[in-house]
Design a protein around this ligand. Structure first.
Ligand code: ISL
Ligand code: CA
Length: 550
């Protein structure tokens, strides 16, 4: 059978600190701001807070480029502010996990400053340096054909020594060399530092990328670079070592961000008998609406097939995560719901019902409890994200893609949609920062109607519905450990499933469309536990959700 753990029974709420709450009027969210909002999170009913990077950083990629792993980002506050936040979270019976970005550092990290100085610097081997390749015509090329996730080659030639360093992300994010035992020990010691402070675990950024084939063969035309990067030769060895040296010594949870790992490969990282990670984020569901970088229209049958495959592949020894949004994706309701005025609220409730009743630890993203929506960015200048700005330079400014096509697509997929400030109330800047300040990223003008203060007053709000769902889930182990059965995998608009534990059988009915459909008899016979509409019939109307105890 399945082992029981607090992290399987938990619901996690992700905070992007830059955009949550500003406390000092500089237009940037900060740690004291989060501390001031902890009652809001406790009232909502979440168990664990995941804090996106809060470390010292020059912010080439909003904190995913770390300059010092043991220092708090100046804009976010001080170590005392961090300690106060952690204490406030614990006082309210919640837990905190922090982001561990250990595949790469900032190029301003002291290790890299040293590393680039000379070929025989003691820190040289902390990063991945290689000589260029000489082509047949005598021209010098990068060591291989890896691309950076943020456009261009993944190699940059450094003037000082004439060698190239690897950066799977931005030029300012050099990849660490995990084959060097000193690097691994540095990271483990950093992990102990935060665990000893009392944090409850880590969300590990692109963790499957840490091990590289040191010979760096080219990616062949029929191969996928992310899949290669996520399946390096020593990945399992390093994760087991990390578990032995650090994780096993604490009561903590780990969730690896695992772009490039397939559903069927997931157990190689999380099967509990291997002692590596507790769970990973698989990207099949959240990126179902993407074809490479482009938006694609997804189908409900495809989404259901992904959840069925995850359930099958993970079995009883591996644990799943359920999420459809984070700081790298557009808003939940735009991407997977119906953002029209008529159905925004109903569809956000349908999605919340699904996220909180499927099998796996659920991850909610800040603002989704309010049904926050994508912002209408007016020009490339108004965006902030390095991914969007670099691709503009590489593809639009070079004429590979028209500005119109690029901006139309970006309006649907941009990571910045998730990063616009939290909408707290209907005062200027949505209460995110002081009235005379300039928020670091645009506030969505719909804050006058979509905001936390209104949601808390309105008994029919998404916020209150989610609060009920979270209470229900806490009381109901069937939603955590129960078996999962898709009752209508081929239905194009209805998602109907059962969660069963022992004698207890719950039925969930979700309508992902504006049409009305009849429900199987079993649904009418049971007792209604929760629904997003007051009028209940034997049919399921537009964007209705219903949970039934059979
Ligand atoms: O968001 C993506 C592209 O739109 C993904 O490819 C993303 O880069 C990938 O999932 C890794 O994401 C993580 O590491 C990045 C950072 O920019 C992301 O914010 C982080 O979630 C580099 O640290
Ligand atoms: Ca601030």
């Amino acid at each position: 059978g399945q082992t029981k753990h607090w992290w399987k029974e938990s619901v996690v709420y992700q905070i992007y600190p830059r955009s949550f709450q500003d406390s000092n009027g500089d237009g940037i969210g900060d740690l004291p701001g989060i501390t001031s909002r902890l009652d809001y999170l406790r009232d909502l009913g979440v168990d664990v807070i995941w804090l996106s990077p809060h470390y010292d950083s020059p912010n080439a990629d909003n904190g995913y480029d770390i300059r010092d792993y043991r220092k708090v980002m100046r804009e976010f506050g001080t170590m005392q502010d961090f300690d106060a936040l952690l204490a406030g979270i614990k006082q309210r019976g919640m837990r905190l996990i922090v982001d561990l970005v250990a595949n790469h550092t900032s190029d301003e990290h002291v290790w890299f400053i040293e590393s680039r100085k000379s070929r025989d610097n003691p820190y040289r081997d902390y990063y991945l340096w290689r000589p260029g390749k000489i082509a047949a015509n005598g021209a010098e090329l990068p060591p291989n054909n890896f691309g950076s996730a943020f456009s261009g080659s993944a190699w940059t030639k450094d003037k000082g020594t004439g060698e190239y360093y690897l950066h799977l992300f931005a030029e300012k994010q050099p990849d660490l060399n995990w084959d060097n035992p000193a690097v691994r020990e540095e990271i483990y010691s950093t992990m102990r530092f935060w665990l000893d402070k009392g944090v409850d675990g880590f969300r590990m950024d692109v963790i499957p990328f840490i091990s590289k084939d040191a010979t760096f063969p080219d990616v062949l035309p029929n191969e996928s670079q992310v899949h290669i990067n996520a399946n390096g030769p020593h990945l399992q060895e390093y994760l087991q070592e990390m578990n032995r040296e650090v994780l096993s010594k604490y009561d903590c949870m780990t969730v690896g961000e695992a772009h490039g790992i397939t559903i069927e490969e997931t157990p190689t990282l999380v099967d509990e008998r291997r002692h590596e990670l507790n769970m990973i984020f698989n990207f099949d569901a959240v990126r179902l609406n993407r074809d490479g970088r482009n938006w694609r229209q997804w189908k409900l049958t495809e989404l259901k097939a992904i959840y069925a495959r995850q359930y099958e592949a993970l079995g009883v020894h591996s644990w799943n995560t359920i999420f459809l949004a984070n700081h790298d994706n557009p808003r939940l309701v735009n991407a997977f719901g119906d953002d029209s005025d008529a159905y925004r609220v109903a569809s956000a409730k349908v999605l919340a019902t699904m996220l909180l009743t499927l099998k796996g630890t659920a991850y909610l993203y800040q603002g989704d409890e309010l049904g926050m929506t994508n912002y209408r960015f007016r020009s490339i200048e108004e965006y902030d994200d390095i991914e969007a700005k670099n691709a503009w330079k590489f593809d639009v400014l070079t004429g590979k893609e028209t500005a119109e096509h690029y901006l139309d697509n970006l309006a649907r997929v941009s990571r910045d949609h998730a990063r616009t400030p939290m909408q707290w109330d209907d005062s200027p800047h949505a209460g995110f920062t002081s009235p005379d300040a300039k928020p670091w990223l645009a506030v969505n003008p719909n804050y006058t109607t979509i905001n936390a203060a209104d949601a808390r007053r309105d008994q029919d709000s998404i916020y209150h519905y989610m609060q009920q769902l979270l209470r229900l889930r806490k009381q109901t182990l069937a939603f955590v450990y129960g078996d999962y059965e898709d009752l209508a995998p081929e239905h194009p608009s209805l998602f109907l499933y059962a969660r069963t534990l022992g004698e207890e059988r719950f039925l969930v009915a979700l309508n992902f469309s504006r049409e009305t459909f009849a429900l199987p008899d079993e649904f009418s016979k049971g007792q209604i536990v929760l629904a997003n509409t007051a009028s209940i019939s034997s049919e399921l109307g537009a964007w209705e959700s219903r949970i039934v105890l059979a």
